[in-house]
Write a protein that binds this ligand. Structure first.
Ligand SMILES: [Mg+2]
Length: 413
């Protein structure tokens, strides 16, 4: 089997409402680039990337001249041919490699008639548990619905998601409002979810001293972990005395950083992202290192449609040391581009697809619909807040959003 063609289609798929985070926002939609790698036997493997509000079509198509004629099973050669570590100093293609790797694994699985999880060593579980991922949100400008700004709105959403999907772990994306206000919200969340485990993730927006004060103030709660409270391995390391497990998806995202974290521990839990690490296989390798050194792991979400979610499910299925629920943005989406409808949560978990390869196929009508929506709406600046046009993000954030101010009538930048 040889790669014959590579195609990329950028889509915009609506979210229930704009999602706020410490770096800005997802502006009411996810912009994702769907990758199709066609083999000379007619099979088509699927990949996906995005998350930063930008199209990656041109960057993916530019890989054709490297990869046409390549055998999709030769994955290490593929990695070196487009993402050699030293060449990557000039052209970092880690995320592109990930999308191509997904598609190649999908091709090989289809060719052999086995799910990707079987190619990765075989599944240890048939369902992957997920946490509810809670965001502060603007109301959807079209419907006026979906706002989450107050503790009451937050706890209402947590209860609703728990009832609807069966989540028993809840993660609050913070770093938007002053930490004193977010602390009130987090404590209210603990009260409302009756002993369920909690995660707080301000995307590294707090100073070390703010992160220490926040950590001290939540020690009595059932915390699962404290995720990227401040920036950097050096910052996280200063919080090790808090008695909270520290997790990261920002500063342990490659093997050099993992080695540094093993030699001088900063994070206890490494959140493995199939895109950030450059593929599912890199995450499996990283999980083995983590298991060896008794670091915890979980599966990170950088914003996904069904193809990327399938990569997270196959990864979660094969990790012997996955002892925590994964994260997904998926329940904030209103639709997907995959055939046969969206993935469903049952008792807080999603079934690992059983079909060959990734086990998901595209719905061409949905792809066309959301490619058209992308052409209409375009990219969005992930690192800007549509409600605060003059604001920009910073570590040790000096300018928090005001939870008492009404939502601007038009969200713009
Ligand atoms: Mg995070």
């Amino acid at each position: 089997m040889k790669i014959r063609d590579i195609r990329a289609t950028t889509v915009a798929v609506p979210l229930e409402a704009p999602l706020l985070h410490s770096n800005g926002a997802h502006w009411g939609r996810f912009v994702r680039t769907i990758v199709e790698v066609e083999a000379d036997n007619g099979l088509i493997g699927l990949g996906e990337l995005g998350g930063g509000g930008q199209s990656a079509e041109a960057a993916i198509v530019a890989l054709k001249k490297y990869l046409v004629g390549h055998d999709p099973l030769m994955l290490e050669a593929l990695r070196l041919s487009i993402a050699n570590p030293t060449a990557s100093l000039y052209n970092n293609r880690t995320q592109l490699l990930a999308a191509i790797e997904f598609a190649c694994l999908d091709l090989v699985g289809q060719d052999l008639g086995v799910p990707v999880s079987e190619l990765l060593g075989g599944r240890l579980r048939d369902q992957v548990p997920f946490a509810s991922y809670l965001f502060f949100r603007y109301a959807d400008p079209a419907t006026g619905r979906g706002e989450i700004r107050t503790a009451e709105q937050l706890t209402d959403q947590a209860r609703e998601l728990k009832d609807q999907h069966g989540f028993t772990v809840h993660k609050l994306k913070g770093g938007v409002f002053d930490p004193v206000y977010e602390l009130e919200c987090y404590r209210a969340l603990a009260e409302a979810t009756g002993g369920d485990l909690l995660r707080y993730d301000p995307n590294a927006a707090l100073s070390v001293s703010e992160a220490r004060r926040f950590g001290e103030a939540i020690r009595d709660l059932p915390n699962d972990y404290y995720e990227d409270p401040t920036w950097g391995l050096g910052g996280l390391r200063q919080l090790r005395g808090l008695g909270l497990e520290i997790a990261t998806n920002t500063v342990v995202i490659n093997f050099e950083q993992l080695a540094a974290n093993v030699l001088d521990r900063a994070a206890d839990v490494v959140l493995l992202d199939t895109t950030f690490w450059g593929g599912i296989r890199a995450c499996v390798k990283a999980a083995t290192v983590c298991d060896t050194f008794q670091l915890g792991v979980s599966v990170h979400s950088s914003g996904e449609l069904g193809i990327q979610l399938a990569t997270m499910l196959h990864l979660g299925a094969v990790l012997p040391n996955l002892d925590r629920p994964a994260d997904a943005h998926y329940h904030h989406l209103v639709d997907d581009v995959i055939a046969d409808g969206m993935f469903r949560y049952v008792d807080g978990a999603i079934n690992v697809p059983d079909g060959p390869g990734l086990g998901v196929r595209l719905d061409p009508d949905k792809v066309a619909q959301y490619a058209e929506l992308y052409r209409e709406l375009g990219d969005y600046p992930y690192d800007r807040d549509p409600g605060r046009p003059d604001w920009y993000p910073a570590s040790r954030q000096p300018r928090w959003a005001d939870p008492t101010s009404p939502q601007p009538e038009s969200l713009r930048w």
